[in-house]
Design a protein around this ligand. Structure first.
Ligand code: PQQ
Length: 259
């Protein structure tokens, strides 16, 4: 027997449902972030986070390019391409990924080593690659919905700026510029992405798919922190992953000891 057809949730109910996913599952609740923002991470735990999170940063503009390659509507491409510009920037000045490497340098790592991706943990790679594939292969609505974890990012970026400035000597305006820039960039992306999803998820089936996409993305973020905890707090570093002492900046050895 066919189940009774249910209509879509109202816009307000659906928005609440998406926010609830963030409240329950976003990675601001992960113990690694509490440790990082509370000043309890050792210098090497901070470096491990910077090395691994680099992989996420480096793949974000690639996933946005994968998204755009599938978009037939020029207006949607015009809006979306600013995401790539935010991360890659211009040929001379660079953008977010270069600002991430400034953070890498500030914590005593050689930016060239970080950018090579050599020390990234296998679990980080699997999680991030799964996100890029999801965006490449799934319906556009699901792909946009997956980016909506950014709704919850400004809060964690503000907490991070405050926590790092308070607890770690390496933190200053220049090393944290990545996060300051994201505060503005993310709000413009979210405004567009959220309206796109609320407008187009006009059946319960599409709303379910969008909610599942957002849930999947919270898993992508959470899994990366689980791996960091296992590798660097519990000390079970995966074969081939960064080990303390590797990839340090040669030209500023005094930074090797910064907290
Ligand atoms: O520091 C964070 O917690 C965090 C989370 C997320 C996110 O929620 O996916 C992003 C970012 N930062 C970020 O900086 C960023 O550029 C970004 C792009 C995207 C995306 O899915 O397109 N998420 C995020």
């Amino acid at each position: 027997m066919k189940l009774a057809d249910h209509g879509p949730q109202s816009r307000a109910e659906f928005l609440e449902r998406l926010k609830h996913i963030g409240a329950e599952r976003y990675h601001d609740r992960h113990p690694f972030h509490k440790r990082l923002h509370g000043g309890e991470c050792s210098p090497d735990e901070v470096r491990a986070w910077v090395v691994n999170r680099w992989y996420y940063q480096s793949r974000i503009p690639m996933k946005d390019a994968a998204f755009m390659s599938r978009v037939e509507d020029p207006q949607l491409r015009r809006v979306w391409r600013s995401r790539i510009e935010d991360h890659d920037g211009g040929t001379d000045e660079g953008g977010g990924i270069r600002r991430w490497l400034a953070l890498a340098e500030a914590v005593g790592l050689d930016p060239a080593y970080v950018a090579s991706g050599a020390g990234v943990m296998p679990a980080t790679r699997f999680a991030v690659d799964a996100y890029v594939r999801f965006v490449r292969d799934m319906p556009l609505l699901d792909a946009v919905a997956a980016s909506l974890t950014e709704m919850f990012a400004p809060k964690i970026h503000a907490e991070r700026i405050e926590g790092l400035l308070k607890h770690y000597d390496f933190a200053d305006d220049s090393s944290l510029s990545y996060f300051r820039n994201r505060l503005n960039e993310a709000s413009k992306d979210v405004e567009f992405g959220l309206n796109y999803v609320l407008d187009r998820a006009d059946t319960l089936e599409k709303q379910d798919a969008a909610a599942a996409a957002l849930t999947f993305k919270t898993d992508v973020l959470w899994a990366q922190l689980d791996a960091l905890w296992h590798g660097y707090v519990e000390g079970a570093i995966a074969p081939g992953a960064w080990r303390p002492g590797e990839g340090l900046a040669i030209r500023s050895p005094e930074l090797a000891e910064v907290p």
